[in-house]
Design a protein around this ligand. Structure first.
Ligand code: MN
Length: 228
């Protein structure tokens, strides 16, 4: 046994059938992957292609938990996203081979400090403090790909206190799941346990303390959290 100098970090995991835990290694996120959302953010989908950013594994918040309202923002926003969980590693993966590397899918929320992000963007600075903060990655239990098959379409919605805020479809992705895995695997070696948040459709907006967020994607169990 290794004699660590300080307490070693716990392995963050998500529930995965049958009665297992999926260890989360890294969280990659795709930005600007839906044309309607790129437009609502003031971008141009023709000239602003999707790109990647990251959150730490420790940012996971489990389904049903309360997310503490984070410090340093007055504009915390929801982004409902399809989450892809990887069962295999690889570099330079072709889109044709990408699906075989998928373990399963989940519903995620890419929680964002929009006011902080706007300021960072304006100054050409990195997004971490707007995206990678504690509890910024609520995520449901994983559903096995063997049950769902490859996901290329499916209604996705986000409700706040029962009110519909976001309504889109996975088929609105600019980069589909195989393309995301293809592009990401050209930048880093993908590893088992990696999660990919695949981007959000239009309708993002603020939440406040006490709000209940329900995020749904057809064929997957819903994700429900409360802002504390
Ligand atoms: Mn996002």
């Amino acid at each position: 046994m290794v004699d660590y100098a300080v307490a070693a970090p716990p392995v963050v995991s998500l529930p995965a059938p049958p009665g297992k835990a999926f260890p989360v290694r890294r969280i990659f996120c795709v930005a600007l992957n839906y044309t309607d959302h790129t437009k609502e953010m003031g971008g141009n989908p023709e000239t602003d292609p999707p790109f990647f950013f990251m959150k730490p594994a420790g940012a996971i918040l489990q389904n049903g938990e309360t997310m503490p309202y984070p410090p340093g923002t007055s504009d915390l926003q929801h982004e409902v996203e399809l989450v892809v969980a990887m069962n295999m590693g690889g570099r330079n993966v072709s889109p044709e081979k990408a699906n075989a590397m998928v373990f399963g899918y989940a519903v995620g929320l890419d929680m964002t400090k929009r006011d902080v992000q706007t300021e960072l963007k304006k100054n050409g600075r990195p997004w971490e403090m707007a995206k990678a903060f504690d509890f910024s990655a609520p995520c449901s239990a994983l559903a096995l790909k063997t049950r769902t098959g490859a996901i290329a379409k499916g209604k996705m919605e986000c409700r706040v206190n029962g009110q519909l805020r976001q309504s889109g479809d996975i088929d609105g992705m600019i980069w589909g799941v195989p393309q995301i895995i293809h592009y990401l695997s050209q930048q880093v070696e993908i590893a088992p346990g990696d999660l990919i948040f695949t981007g959000t459709p239009a309708g993002v907006g603020p939440v406040v303390r006490g709000d209940k967020i329900e995020a749904t994607i057809a064929g997957l169990a819903p994700l429900s959290i409360e802002i504390g």
